[in-house]
Design a protein around this ligand. Sequence first.
Ligand SMILES: Nc1nc2c(c(=O)[nH]1)N[C@H]1C(S)=C(S)[C@@H](COP(=O)(O)O)O[C@H]1N2
Ligand SMILES: [Mo]
Length: 430
Amino acid sequence: MDDTTKVHVTTPQATETATPETAERPARRTFLKAAGLGALTATVGVPFARYLPEGMQPIGMAHAQGEVEGYGFKDGLTLLNDRPVNAETPAHLLDDRVTPANRLFIRNNGGVPFHALDGDATGWTLTVDGEVDTPLELTLDALASDFEVVTRQLTLECGGNGRAFFVPGASGNQWTTGAVGCPEWTGVRLRDVLNAAGVKDSAVYTGHYGNDPHLSGDPEKVAISRGVPIAKALEEDTLIAWAMNGEPLPAIHGFPLRLVVPGYPGSASQKWLTRIWVRDQVHDGPKMGGYSYRLPAYPVAPGTEVPEADMVVMETMPVKSLITSPATRTQHDGLSLDVRGHAWADGEVAAVHVSHDFGQTWQEAALEAPVNRYAWQHFTATVDLPQPGYYEIWSRATDTDGRVQPVTTPGWNPRGYGNNMVHRIAVLAG
Ligand SMILES: Nc1nc2c(c(=O)[nH]1)N[C@H]1C(S)=C(S)[C@@H](COP(=O)(O)O)O[C@H]1N2
Ligand SMILES: [Mo]
């Protein structure tokens, strides 16, 4: 069904040949043909599609790609916005154990820098300053040669993933379930770099900067600059990465350098990273304050206008799971259904359960250990359906602290963050 939304375009992706003296600059622009209404035909003929639970719209519906840059290599993603570019991945396209580049969601607050589209990292440096003994300015070569290089599979999820299911709705990209992925990242530990600079006792927080242009075009304005508590920055799984799945970072995912801060909202994982400012207070860059990536300090009734002063920074991400096979709206022969997917948490997932009867009964799925801390974990279950008919399959993860995914949207909040309700797919069996 995703064939019609597939785009096959050569991307101006960075390659190791992009060394400025030798390489020709790749073409700046990659134009796509609009997938357009053709995508809609993919959903016609599914008899029960219109009776899906609210929010489970067929993929392709929101697809309206125009002429765009930098994401032509994406395969079957749903475009939520093209200025800035935001696109999510249908659950069944996240079936890979390691998320390939062409299936990783895109979340941009501003534009994509031209140097990235050109695959040009000439003169790139990372500045580390603020509450450190010795401010550093590191070239990419220095990063790779002066610090231990590590490769980790780390889950990246947008804080707003699941926003579309809140009632009343929240403004922002209407992510359903697909603003998550788990590629393999290569880089160095942020901790090692911070320790090389010498973190002062006064350090409280980091402040991250990239060079993506603000949508206003005003060069003085910063699209987004978030940070994390210094303890999180010093965790061994928080990386400064230059490669994803063994390739240089794709332009749209931060070429040539980005942070990967697993367990925290994706917004902490600054792309096109140029500077880490160690702060003696909670960072106050754009999108740290107000309602951005913030939650009410106390439970509020849906729709409440929460005073800004009562909003607190969202830190860890909640436990969650995703069924990646079968695809929702599948027609299945027979009554024995193989279900599989991934689960993740800020830490580790202890169990995944699946239900075929709207949560009245649950069966435990087989769950694998993560390949490393903060990698998503794979689960499988064979569900024996009692008779032919319409079913929803639900998945529910439990983390090692005993926290369980709720069956309905948890804690309404003004911007719709942190929705970790169970994942549901629809299946017609027999
Ligand atoms: N420089 C920069 N970094 C950024 C962003 C951005 O807009 N600019 N978006 C953040 C948000 S909100 C998320 S969820 C992740 C998304 O990463 P991805 O686009 O590689 O999937 O990047 C984060 N890093
Ligand atoms: Mo995000």
